[in-house]
Write a protein that binds this ligand. Structure first.
Ligand SMILES: Nc1ncnc2c1ncn2[C@@H]1O[C@H](COP(=O)(O)OP(=O)(O)OP(=O)(O)O)[C@@H](O)[C@H]1O
Length: 355
């Protein structure tokens, strides 16, 4: 009976791994009762475009085969999201230097993922410039949970939010340094009562030194998004970041090129104020994914001040952020499904990050 279903599932291809889901080891043990087919799928990136497509196709072919599909998720991979209890897919947003739009990308990435239906947290770990409260127009103080030990995150646009800015005041100078920062942030991450997250986007402090690396190693990070602007000095710094992740077996999810081409609202001409194409060249050189190019757009800056993420508007810049978010989620899914496939077939999985 399940043969017919298995045969039907051979027609469903994983659009990223480019193999049918049965051969890729993504289908668990199928059971059928009263015409309902229970199908466990090894999916790890909820609401990502590729996994949504896979699930839709599975429902379609199972329905065509004459059964009522009932899908569940069962993934056995070696990423921190699977091996650390209750860990979401933690995505670090980093940059080699300050001011390239790291926080802007983190806010719009998280908002776009929540807009797709995912449960998303945003953790502002940029102690030296906690911009997230302003960028989302949230200025309250978080409360304590009933256990008096955990902090309840604030909420906005469906996001669960935590920022050092909620605790110390945005304009207060941050007096701690180095190792103390790592400790405070790691502690804060663990002390928040995150509620059943699919993804947690972490806005790291700019730079690629020990502080960033320590934080990456102490949180269950699935991979990092590297943000750069197209000019050489920013790219040089971004390159250092990519190398650092490489050397420590941390996944780079890909590169975002921000403040790329400016389209003049008056004349419609395109201007490459900070040059263009550098992010793509960097991605090519290191064989990592190019996640997208965000234009230099006054509306992006304004949205950072009005507290409403630009990705929620109906503009070209919003569409580029939506695409970037889809690409990031797909990359997370690819890492998790690949890891599951290696585990399922008894091959060596890449080492999980130290937590
Ligand atoms: N694509 C863009 N178009 C126009 N302005 C932008 C764009 N991206 C970011 N900005 C603006 O550039 C400034 C710096 O952005 P942001 O704070 O996101 O950078 P950052 O890399 O997080 O900086 P920091 O190093 O201070 O943490 C902000 O005023 C932001 O609104």
């Amino acid at each position: 009976m399940t043969e017919a279903i298995s045969t039907a599932l051979r027609d469903v291809e994983d659009p990223i791994i480019e193999e049918d889901i049965l051969s890729a080891g993504l289908v668990g043990e199928i059971t059928v009762e009263d015409g309902v087919a229970e199908i466990p799928l090894a999916l790890g990136a909820p609401h990502s475009p590729a996994e949504t497509e896979i699930a839709d196709q599975v429902r379609e072919v199972v329905d065509e085969a004459g059964y009522e599909p009932s899908l569940s998720v069962e993934i056995d991979d070696q990423t921190p999201a699977a091996i650390v209890e209750d860990a979401p897919n933690v995505i670090a947003v980093s940059s080699g230097k300050g001011g390239v739009g790291k926080s802007t990308v983190a806010v719009n990435l998280a908002t776009a993922m929540a807009d797709r239906g995912a449960r998303v947290g945003l953790f502002d770990a940029d102690v030296y410039g906690p911009n997230i409260p302003r960028m989302l127009g949230v200025h309250g103080h978080p409360g304590m949970a009933d256990d008096d030990e955990t902090i309840i995150p604030l909420e906005r646009y469906g996001l669960q939010l935590m920022s050092i800015g909620f605790l110390v005041g945005e304009d207060d100078p941050v007096i701690w340094r180095g190792a103390m920062v790592d400790k405070v942030l790691t502690q804060l991450y663990h002390d928040v009562a995150w509620d059943d997250l699919d993804y947690l986007v972490v806005d790291l402090p700019p730079g690629t030194g020990d502080a960033q690396l320590t934080m990456l190693q102490q949180m269950p990070v699935v991979g990092s998004v590297v943000v750069t602007t197209p000019q050489d000095v920013a790219l040089d710094n971004a390159r250092k970041g990519v190398r650092m992740y490489d050397q420590h077996d941390a996944h780079v999810l890909g590169v975002v090129e921000n403040m790329s081409t400016f389209v003049c609202p008056d004349c419609g001409n395109e201007h490459d104020v900070f040059d263009t194409g550098g992010g793509e060249r960097l991605a090519d050189a290191y064989d990592i994914l190019f996640l997208g190019r965000i234009p230099l757009d006054p509306a992006v800056r304004e949205s950072g001040e009005t507290g409403e993420p630009v990705v929620l508007a109906d503009t070209e810049s919003a569409a580029t952020f939506e695409d970037v978010a889809g690409n990031v989620m797909d990359r997370v899914g690819e890492i998790r499904r690949e890891s599951h496939r290696l585990t399922a077939t008894g091959q060596n999985s890449p080492p999980a990050q130290q937590i």
